[in-house]
Design a protein around this ligand. Sequence first.
Ligand code: SF4
Ligand code: SF4
Length: 195
Amino acid sequence: MVGTGILKGMAVTARNFVGSYFEKERLITVQYPEERSPLPENYRNFPILIYDTDDAEAGLRCVACKICEKECPPQCIYIVKSEDKKPDYMGKPQFYPAVFDIDISVCMSCQICVEVCPFEAIKMDKVFELSTRERFDALLQRKDELSKSNTYYHNVHPIEAAEVDAKLAEAAAKKKPAAPAAQSPAVTSPKPSPT
Ligand code: SF4
Ligand code: SF4
């Protein structure tokens, strides 16, 4: 019969509407901002820069290679590479971004910068309450605002961050010089058997 589908749909809507007063799981809205729905692991908003250890300067993974700046479709990343090198948290001299800005009024959250970074240095944040009354400077995020610890990254994307840690640990293990081979026992000629 024509219209049966509409009636069935209305019945489902009515059942959920009335049921939402009695069963909490039927309520799909929350009283924001007092209540917040948990965000899924793969939710993303704007990029952040990750640093290891507690030192946001020395621990910054970014080496200012500028690949992300080149690949960003709306060109909202601006990097100035340092002229000198500073020891990173492992003591290895590295270039670093003297300036690293992202204009989040232009960023379209495409995550291409994350995909192309060879150093696992740039990741996506989940913070979305960033609106301001100013359109320009207030939405330009500087290096110190963008820098977040690896612990923070683990809090926002626990599964992804653990995978990245494992990948970095594997890469570091491969780079380590091979341990000297254990000395093989000296080959001794068999003693002549007594005749
Ligand atoms: S998420 Fe996309 S638009 Fe935003 S900074 Fe990265 S590459 Fe650019
Ligand atoms: S975030 Fe990654 S791709 Fe971008 S400059 Fe730093 S190291 Fe290079």
